[in-house]
Design a binder for this molecule. Structure first.
Ligand code: GLA
Length: 589
């Protein structure tokens, strides 16, 4: 009964290949070569590596395409984990070709990059380099384009392998594992996702990220957004400790079950792990596994076996979809542009307010889809636009249309400021959204780390601005400091909906209340009335629905809900009792 998702083995070149062709090796920003002896030591633009990879994939597919165990292909592994960006000469040449294709002419490139500034005008494509180490700030659009180029280059790699597999083993699904983890920012997965037969991802809990549970749920929702709402595959997580942090604590027994079914609650239909048997040698011998060094006679392996039993009991959930009427818009390119050189504040981190918003709604039992700004918005009663620094005209128009159609649209600070070339939208911020919001900002006044400013309700941090409500109701304004009197929270009727603007990072309690007003105005009900630390998500398939209840606390909890629990086999009428760390999956009548 065991099938195989066969990897194409092209993630890491063997030493004989890089010894024969050292030009395959990637190069860092300051010219350091990344030598073999680790993994993924290949330049994304190298035609030699690409041809060698294709030759290997051809051999593998010819040999195994009819093997009865072959269920899926796993192309390469975690693209860009270690070898992007690469600044070598091969990449420089490929970047020029990519730029020629994007802009068609040097004039258009010079305009897009704003090269009149600091005497950067190019008179020949040959003069253009990757953004290697420079005396000071790089050209921001050059940096942004280099990221786009890197993501596109690796996508071509993936497509090159996929083409061979589709040819030689038609019908066998092909995927590559994304890294939907906070902090990984090298690929624009929104462009990759449509090319996956099934979207798959890896997720590891990182000790230093606060709120590991909410972070997991957020990233699972990012992945479901990439999958267009369809079920997705968790290719990797860990049964217990990883070995790539300075200190690597074990997971509490039971946590891997809770983590796994949190992913399932958020739309995963498959749960995978790295690694099967814990290695005896090599760089990952201290990374946990399904079968630990201690062997099968261990609490960890018994937990894994229990996980398998629970998974078997949940078969009927497969194929169902997660129910959400709130959308949080999320764009890797906006993140790239905002993290570019010389910006107003390094203390505003792109996903921070998106994640906080997601966490506070999750605490209320409200599930969010995390989707690209170009996604269809008509199904959502609430659309949240957090720090969407870069936005295209089309996407801004679609956000506006959502409000006109009746949605509650909430835009935060640092949104709509620039177009896709990272050119500022003139005439007052937030550029793309000034008319929609009825707010005009003349100047920013970011707050220093740790500072806060008094508002007429609560406090603001990180960001403030000299703003005027030109055509909006002011709900909260600054009560002190240089921008005193400026609006901090506004609301405006638009068509049959409402456009809200939040101009600062409100304290958590105030933001929680604002979000409650927002979802209240949209008439959204939680999946269940959950106590603190319990998560509720509903999956649905036609008339059938399943309510996932996940107790992330160390205490027993009770949730008002009814249905037949697929895990305990027990029926509940009215109240579900959850042991610490327990999961219930209720088939609802
Ligand atoms: C990544 C890789 C695996 C392994 C794990 C360790 O996700 O894909 O090969 O290195 O990390 O956590």
């Amino acid at each position: 009964g065991i099938a195989v998702d066969l990897a194409t083995a092209t993630a890491s070149p063997p030493p004989w290949l890089t010894a024969a062709y050292p030009e395959i090796l990637p190069v860092t920003i300051d010219g350091t070569t990344l030598y073999p002896g680790s993994r993924q030591s290949w330049c994304p633009s190298s035609p030699i590596f690409r041809d060698a990879a294709r030759a290997l994939v051809t051999q593998l597919a010819q040999r195994y395409h009819q093997h009865p165990a072959l269920a899926m292909w796993h192309v390469s592994n975690e693209y860009a984990c270690h070898n992007l960006p690469c600044y070598c000469d091969t990449c420089a040449a490929a970047f020029r070709v990519w730029l020629q294709r994007r802009y068609g002419s040097l004039d258009r490139l010079n305009h897009a990059w704003g090269t009149a500034f600091w005497s950067q005008r190019y008179t020949d494509f040959e003069q253009i380099l990757p953004p290697r180490t420079t005396p000071t700030f790089h050209n921001p659009t050059q940096v942004l384009d280099f990221k786009r180029f890197g993501s596109d280059t690796l996508l071509q790699h993936f497509l090159g392998e996929k083409e061979i597999l589709a040819d030689l083993s038609p019908g066998v699904p092909v995927t590559t594992n994304f890294m939907s983890m906070t902090g990984f920012r090298h690929l624009d997965y929104h462009q990759w996702a449509p090319h996956q037969d099934i979207v798959s991802t890896d997720h590891y809990l990182v000790n230093t990220l606060g709120h590991p549970g909410p972070e997991l749920s957020f990233q699972a929702d990012v992945t479901r957004g990439l999958a267009g709402g369809a079920p997705w595959l968790l290719m990797e997580h860990s049964t217990s400790a990883v070995n790539w942090q300075p200190v690597n604590p074990a997971k509490a027994l039971g946590q891997t079950i809770l983590d796994s079914f949190t992913h399932v609650a958020h739309g995963a239909d498959t749960i995978g792990f790295f690694q099967w048997r814990q290695s005896r040698a090599g760089a990952e011998k201290w990374h946990s596994a399904l079968v630990p060094h201690a062997g099968a006679d261990s609490a960890r392996f018994r937990e894994v076996a229990r996980l398998g039993e629970i998974a078997a009991a949940l078969g009927e959930v497969k194929g169902s979809r997660v129910e959400a009427s709130v959308a949080i818009l999320y764009d890797f390119q906006a993140q790239w542009a905002w993290s570019g050189p010389a910006m107003p504040s390094a203390d505003v981190d792109y996903p921070e307010i998106a994640q906080l918003t997601h966490r506070l709604l999750r605490e209320r039992g409200i599930t969010c889809d995390v989707i690209h700004p170009s996604a269809e918005l008509s199904a959502y009663a609430v659309v949240i636009v957090p720090t969407l620094y870069l936005v295209t005209d089309d996407d801004a128009a679609s956000i506006r249309a959502a409000a006109e159609r009746g949605a509650q649209v909430l835009v935060t600070y640092v949104s709509g400021l620039v177009d896709e070339n990272d050119h500022v939208r003139l005439g007052g911020y937030p550029g793309a959204f000034t008319d929609l919001l009825g707010v005009r900002v003349e100047e920013f006044n970011p707050l220093l780390p740790g500072d806060s400013v008094a508002l007429t309700r609560g406090t603001g941090a990180r960001w403030s601005e000299f703003a005027t409500a030109t055509d909006a109701e002011v709900l909260i304004s600054y009560a002190a400091g240089p921008v005193a009197g400026s609006p901090a929270l506004t609301r405006r009727r638009v068509g049959s909906g409402t456009a809200w603007y939040a101009g600062t990072r409100f304290d958590d309690d105030t933001w929680r209340e604002i979000l409650a007003d927002l979802v209240g105005a949209a008439g959204i009900r939680p999946a269940a009335q959950v106590p603190a630390g319990v998560e509720a998500v509903r999956r649905r398939s036609g008339e059938r629905s399943w309510l996932f209840l996940l107790n992330h606390t160390d205490e027993p909890q009770q949730v008002p809900a009814s249905g037949h629990d697929l895990i305990s086999g027990q029926p509940y009428a009215g109240v579900v009792a959850l042991e610490p760390g327990a999961v219930a999956v209720l088939r609802e009548e």
